[in-house]
Design a binder for this molecule. Sequence first.
Ligand code: ADP
Ligand code: MG
Length: 348
Amino acid sequence: MKLRALLAGCAAFLMLTGCAASGAEETERTFFAMDTVMQVRVFGDGGEEAVQAVCDEVQRLESLLSRTQPESDITRLNQSADGGTWVALDGETAEVLDMALRYGEETGGAFDVTIAPVMDAWGFGTSEEEYRVPDGTELAALLPLVDSGLLTLDRENSSAWLETAGMEVDLGGIAKGYAADRAKAVLEEAGITSALLNLGSSTVGLVGGKPDGSPWRIAVRDPADESASLGTLALTDCSVSTSGGYERYFEADGVIYHHILDPETGYPAEKGLLSVTVVTDDGSRADAWSTALYVMGAEEALSFWRQSGDFECILCRSDGTVQVTEGLEEAFTAEEDGNGYTFEIVRR
Ligand code: ADP
Ligand code: MG
């Protein structure tokens, strides 16, 4: 939190260049974007230009997709929610909205980017962190605004409109994943074959493997302990996204309220999960799926996994069980002492 504040305050970045064990030159940069601390590690020649290109790309996307920057596409869309105004958007904003709407349908509404009015009611919407517990009446009045069906997108003309005044779009559950995809593309265009992108601790993008060809090792955090992990994933060339109630929450009268909301109730999703980690090729999907599976709960999440066939996941349940889907059996190594959890491989 301190580093985040420091980086946000002075827009500073840290840059390091050195040699990895394999002899490949390593360039590393830490910067603040999308309300989080991000880190890029690039191996091989041309690293400095490549990390700069990643920073530029993420900042460019933030200036389109943020709902707190006054000039962004999403801010303009949100400010025009009055039942009939088409808002012209950058083609890429339209592309992200299109994906978000599709993911909303595919997850049966568990993922819903029109969640913003309810996020705001809890105080999660702003970076000022003015948390509060809205009462049932207030939430009931806001819930009709949470409805992706009232967000109309014209892909061809890159424009959209929000049907009801008070509606707002929040891309917080997908923007970092999309940024990871774009950042990976930028690195690949620059000829980089080995890189690790950490766009906030919960969104990881992998280009290739380590410089020596071995897989990257990605720790899966123990939801109960910031400094401990459930285990490690050995992966190459894919995206990993984790959603957990621990990422952002507050406590009021002994109750914990976190930032992943159930669009059906307007309350923080409490379906017996502490965290969900999703591994797939595509960063946007990994990001949206991890949020959506958290909202669904373990049973529904696993039946979604059984039907989908294009992602793998790790579910950390509040009963102390960690369920790892079979496609990650080889890649995942649990902490030696188990950290108090029971591990289980889930088969199709
Ligand atoms: P993080 O941003 O902490 O990595 P997530 O990817 O799970 O975690 O995204 C949580 C963010 O997604 C929230 O801060 C909010 O912006 C948005 N969000 C919350 N609930 C939902 C939901 N049901 N559907 C879509 N987006 C959501
Ligand atoms: Mg997400």
